[in-house]
Design a protein around this ligand. Structure first.
Ligand code: NAD
Length: 332
């Protein structure tokens, strides 16, 4: 199987590449991104690195996308390239979210449908599509109302609709996955990651031997966190010969975890700090919509996928973090 991945240098797609190479000794990957691969990514692929071809690619460039996908002749495309939500980026350049997340998706799908080898495009979306929510305590099913409030969520809803239409027009399999708060191995600061997850900061505290500074209210907040390793396993299943054609899947833990419980699982020390001086500030009142928890029943039924126990996910990440201190700059 040959898999063409966009956004391959990013956090979650880096983990996916490793899992694909491990799960199928015949798997080849064409790893496309606007940014060059870093040493950590290449090292993380181990012996499988020889089966990966890296390509510099801007998904906004339709001609380059067509040429790259046609030359790769993949069986499956996983489209993970994205601009993620950063308030300053949204104000400074709202059109970039549409250019990359909507038009980029359109370019990738158009190239995929014109390439005869492609049997499936896995489109990566986000729980941001649920927006602020409607007061539903969840777990939210995939058919909950889509009410995005930020350009990132707006662009993800639009890209999902575009993906679905391509599937209908060209009889292409286009499953859509919506991730929740993902953490785990390979999350690292980069040009595209302006803010790091709470688990990243907790791991950083362990690696650097300093407490994580949180605002007081963060200790009353909740979240639905899942490891990138578990998410990647669902994507590996989707890339394979599943009967799945075009469903939409939440990839989440399926339930809330209190922040203090998460801190306990990490065994990290925390200190209270004012908003300006804290690494993380979470609002305890935000617990639905894009800040909710999500049903994973559909992924369980169709893919046989369930995330592992959170304790196991965290323990795996903490071990990885200690082996990769270079990913945790001292002040993170
Ligand atoms: N990490 C999370 O918690 C989370 C949550 C919900 C959804 N997602 C989705 O998962 C996917 C991967 O997210 P991530 O967290 O790994 O993000 P990331 O920022 O680490 O990776 C995104 C990658 O896309 C690349 N990219 C950006 N613009 C590009 C362009 N014009 N052309 C080609 N490549 C471009 C970046 O260089 C980067 O490597 C995204 O689609 C994102 O929306 C992630």
């Amino acid at each position: 199987m040959t898999v063409f991945i966009t956004g391959a240098r990013g956090f979650v797609m880096s983990v996916l590449m490793r899992r694909l190479l491990e799960s199928d000794p015949d798997c080849r990957i064409v790893a496309a991104d606007i940014t060059e691969p870093d040493d950590l990514l290449i090292r993380s692929l181990g012996e499988g690195a020889g089966r990966v071809e890296f390509r510099m690619l801007d998904v906004r460039d339709g001609h380059a996308v067509s040429e790259a996908i046609s030359a790769a002749a993949p069986d499956v495309v996983v489209h993970g390239a994205t601009v993620t939500h950063v308030p300053e980026w949204e104000v400074a350049d709202p059109a970039r979210f549409i250019d990359v997340n909507v038009m980029g998706t359109t370019r990738v799908l158009d190239a995929a449908r014109s390439t005869p080898s492609v049997r499936k495009v896995v489109h990566v979306s986000s729980a941001a599509v649920y927006g602020p929510g409607t007061g539903d305590p969840g777990p939210l099913p995939e058919d909950a109302p889509l009410l995005p409030d930020e350009m990132y969520g707006v662009s993800k809803v639009a890209s999902e609709l575009v993906a679905r239409r391509f599937g209908q027009l060209y009889d292409l399999d286009v499953p859509i996955v919506r991730f929740t708060k993902v953490f785990g191995p390979m999350e690292r600061p980069s040009a595209s990651r302006a803010s790091m997850s709470l688990p990243f900061h907790l791991a950083s505290a362990l690696v650097n031997g300093h407490p994580t500074a949180l605002t007081e209210r963060t200790s009353r907040a909740v979240g639905d966190w899942v490891s990138a390793v578990d998410v990647a396993d669902a994507l590996v299943a989707l890339c394979g010969d599943t009967a799945v054609r075009s469903g939409t899947y939440n990839l989440a833990s399926g339930s809330f975890v209190d922040v203090p419980e998460l801190i306990d699982l990490f065994g990290a020390d925390v200190v209270e700090a004012p908003a300006g001086g804290a690494a993380v500030d979470m609002d305890p009142d935000l617990r639905d919509g894009k800040n909710g928890c999500y049903s994973v029943q559909r992924a369980a039924d169709d893919l046989g996928w369930r995330p592992r126990d959170l304790r196991t996910q965290v323990a795996e990440y903490v071990a990885w973090a200690h082996d990769h201190p270079e990913c945790f700059p001292a002040r993170a």
